[in-house]
Design a protein around this ligand. Structure first.
Ligand code: BTN
Length: 245
């Protein structure tokens, strides 16, 4: 498989989209030392300084329905949590649907983007951003309160290569299992085991409503089950929501 390693790029997700649209093969990886216009969810910016993190995008071409793309985010979250745990021994947690947490702070975000037409997926891009060896002093004030680095938790510089290797290994295993068995079960098990969301109150925010509720479970499809204030159970699909603890 092709790994494209760049020194600097606007965004590995943007680059991966271009490659995928021009017949880029499934399994192609774009990874950069620095992003000048790293993108986060909900139109946010993703700070991606040189040499300190893992800024990477995977190109996938699964035969799934567009509504299933969010499942790939769950596979990636499981793979990243496992990788950070294996390499550092730190207790990485998963904040549904797409953040990896160390000591209550965000260390990794996942941005899954897709191109589809007529109920067919052309490609899925899984963008993974991990703050590995970033110096927290250098972080902008507003991010400092909620973000951390792997290094800050591990107490020492951590090999980005080792983490990338583990992510790719675990992602491939879980992704192939999902494609072959058509079940997300293996990834959901891991997401449940390391969830920092389940059992806790959450605020679900989307365009037209805000719900305060308790996160109670993940379904087999990777959706969040909440108990709302009337005591009713509701399923939340990740799409456009923002979840706050
Ligand atoms: C989020 O939590 O908002 C998602 C952040 C995703 C960042 C990664 S870094 C590699 C890839 N390229 C981008 O421009 N964004 C993703």
């Amino acid at each position: 498989k092709r790994i494209i390693h760049l020194n600097t790029i606007d965004s590995t997700n943007t680059m991966a989209k271009k490659i995928a649209a021009e017949d880029g093969e499934e399994g192609t990886i774009v990874i950069a030392e620095e992003q000048t216009e790293g993108r986060g969810r909900l139109g946010r910016k993703w700070v991606s300084p040189k040499g300190t993190g893992i800024w990477m995008s995977l190109i996938l071409k699964p035969s799934i329905e567009p509504t299933e793309a969010a499942k790939i985010t769950q596979i990636a979250a499981a793979a990243v949590a496992l990788a950070i745990r294996k390499v550092t021994g730190c207790e990485a947690g998963i904040k549904w649907p797409n953040d990896i947490i160390l000591e209550r702070k965000k260390v990794c975000g996942i941005l899954t983007e897709m191109s589809a037409e007529l109920n067919c997926v052309n490609y899925v891009i899984v963008g993974i951003g991990i703050n590995v060896n970033g110096d927290m002093e250098a972080f902008p004030e507003d991010i400092k309160k909620t973000a951390t680095s792997v290094k800050a938790s591990a107490g020492k510089t951590v090999s980005r290569k080792a983490i990338v290797l583990y992510i790719l290994r675990e992602f491939e295993r879980l992704y192939l299992d999902f494609i072959q068995s058509k079940s997300l079960q293996k990834s959901v098990e891991i997401c449940k085991k390391y969830s920092v969301t389940l059992g806790n109150p959450v605020k679900i925010i989307n365009r037209d409503r805000q719900i305060v509720a308790e996160a109670v479970d993940l379904t087999e499809e990777g959706e969040l089950v909440i108990r709302n204030q009337k005591g009713e159970l509701e399923k939340i699909i990740s799409g456009e929501v923002s979840v706050r603890g």
